[in-house]
Write a protein of this length. Structure first.
Length: 303
């Protein structure tokens, strides 16, 4: 048990001051204690540790080798503890916006635009919880989120940002010349990078092909990943063809890191939504973030 292995805090503070100042008297003055009180706390600490920390003379004290080694650790830990205490106190009083989203949106869209958001909200501490687990990305701390789905989240206000449109993407260096002649045959034989995830409503290759009225068996779907950002990274590296979500991969296409080898796409009834808790709909920071999203996606700002 950790408690049984640690000395009380007050003797450690007294030790740190006495070790730094090499004086029980000056340590007492700094801590507003008597020299006798400092001496007693040091003696209590030595008895607890069963180690002598100071050598005492009539006019001065000196650290023992053990005391000097212990000082390094104690001083560092107390400074870290003081810093952490100040940090948490400052966060409590600072404006904070906790944003939830899935890893795909965080990695492919929000991350590259964080500098814009920080410039827009310089006085606000931004905390982003990126997780494909709804228990985290919509946890109790989250004030506003950008989520993929059907728009039905009880207890939340929802605003549709963009429709779901999915299309094949690959690296510019990937061989896709035959796709222009017979895209179905080319795609059925191409190495496909598939998203294998527990979310039933996230698109995979079988759903995409079925939505385009293709029910033939896939020739090469032997690379399955459970992380969409990793799917996209793998496609950028030239390892195959992946499914790209509009807006999430638009920057990569614009930067020529990905291309659309065929024009076919699939639209669904799902989309990405800005959602916030019912009681936070009019929160100033939530409203500012929501309006920024609307502006980014070319939607009218709500008043």
């Amino acid at each position: 048990m950790l408690k049984n292995r640690l000395p009380p805090l007050d003797p450690l503070i007294a030790f740190e001051a006495a070790a730094r100042l090499l004086s029980f008297t000056r340590a007492g003055e700094e801590l507003h204690l008597t020299q006798a009180a400092i001496s007693q706390q040091i003696r209590s600490l030595e008895e607890s540790l069963q180690v002598k920390l100071f050598t005492r003379s009539h006019r001065a004290v000196q650290l023992t080798n053990e005391g000097r080694e212990y000082q390094h650790t104690v001083a560092a830990i107390l400074k870290q503890l003081a810093g952490a205490t100040m940090d948490i106190q400052n966060v409590e009083f600072a404006q904070q916006l906790v944003i939830g989203c899935d890893q795909s949106f965080a990695s492919q869209w929000l991350g590259p635009r964080l500098s814009q958001l920080r410039q827009l909200m310089p006085a606000v501490t931004l905390r982003i919880i990126a997780s494909d687990d709804y228990n985290e990305s919509l946890g109790s701390e989250v004030q506003v989120a950008v989520m993929h789905g059907d728009g039905l989240w009880p207890g939340f206000q929802t605003l549709r940002l963009f429709d779901e449109e999915v299309f094949p993407v690959c690296s510019p260096g990937f061989d896709y010349d035959l796709a222009q002649q017979d895209w179905v045959s080319w795609l059925l034989q191409a190495p496909l990078i598939d998203l294998a995830d527990s979310h039933w409503n996230w698109m995979n290759w079988r759903l995409w092909l079925g939505g385009n009225n293709i029910d033939q068996p896939l020739g090469n779907r032997n690379l399955q990943l459970n992380s969409y950002p990793l799917v996209i990274d793998t496609a950028c590296a030239g390892h195959g063809v992946a499914l790209g979500w509009r807006y999430l991969v638009d920057d990569l296409i614009a930067n020529n890191q990905l291309v659309r080898p065929i024009e076919q796409s699939l639209k669904t009834d799902l989309g990405y939504y800005c959602i916030c808790r019912d009681n936070l709909e009019n929160d100033a920071n939530v409203v500012q973030f929501r309006n920024w999203l609307l502006q980014q996606f070319g939607l009218p700002i709500e008043t």
